[in-house]
Design a protein around this ligand. Sequence first.
Ligand code: SAM
Length: 289
Amino acid sequence: MAALADPKNTIEVLNRYHIVFQKKYGQNFLIDSHVIDKIISAAELTGEDTVIEIGPGIGTLTQYLCEHAGKVIAVEIDRSLIPILENDTLSAYDNVRIINDDIMKLDIDELIRVENNGKPVKIVANLPYYITTPIVMGLLEKRLPITSMTVMVQKEVAQRMQAEPGTADYGALSLAVQYYAQPYLAANVPVNCFMPRPKVDSAVIRLTLYEEPSVAVHDEKLLFSIIRASFNQRRKTLVNGICNYAGLNISRERIVKALGELKLSETVRGETLSLKTFAQLTDILSKDS
Ligand code: SAM
């Protein structure tokens, strides 16, 4: 079995099985062993780890995961790739389980219970970019037994996930991710490391999940509504963003009063507030509702 991280071997497999890249599934296969080494080292895998890989493709990253982890569960939506993985590229490994399913529809809690006795797993993936955010946020919000997620995403998505207050990339995604996890940007990855080449640069980001969310707040749903409202129209002040947001129904006076309690100006903009301040603002607003 040849290592697929060598482009010659990838091309050979693609030709042998007449594989046509499925654009609708975001298929951009890795062909650079240095990038895969960086993913493996960022994931800090040991032989004790069980890994869920989302979208193994033809098994390029999976081969490395099988070498470094105790067990690998690979979930691939494209049925035509399953026999290639089972009978060829991963056939040398007895620690891999290949599942043909859509990660968005799969009951991952149940999968972890059945395949790993409910014990925590690590997620490692070169994600399909058309559903990066729903996959990552879905896994975070469900509070599953996951210790970390080391994923290849579009570079600008990685920058937004790890952005700090006051920067151009800071927004609702930064706050949502950082509520659940600590981000670490492990590598920037240029387009020539993939086949076919994607249109945008990529990056590997590791999210280490907190046992409890990074800030305490009484009404989590309200926190995320306020965050969404604050970034809905970027150039607006926080007060205008929140009081114009459909469904929130919080008066201007209440918001100005709450900002006053936090010693913040009524012209403050959402992009300058930390997650902790958003949580404090939410607690004040939920108290006197
Ligand atoms: N891991 C391989 C690699 O690094 O070369 C392939 C990565 S490719 C960017 C994304 C993979 O995810 C493709 O194999 C694609 O078919 C698969 N995929 C796309 N949508 C999926 C979904 N909803 N559930 C599971 N797999 C999916």
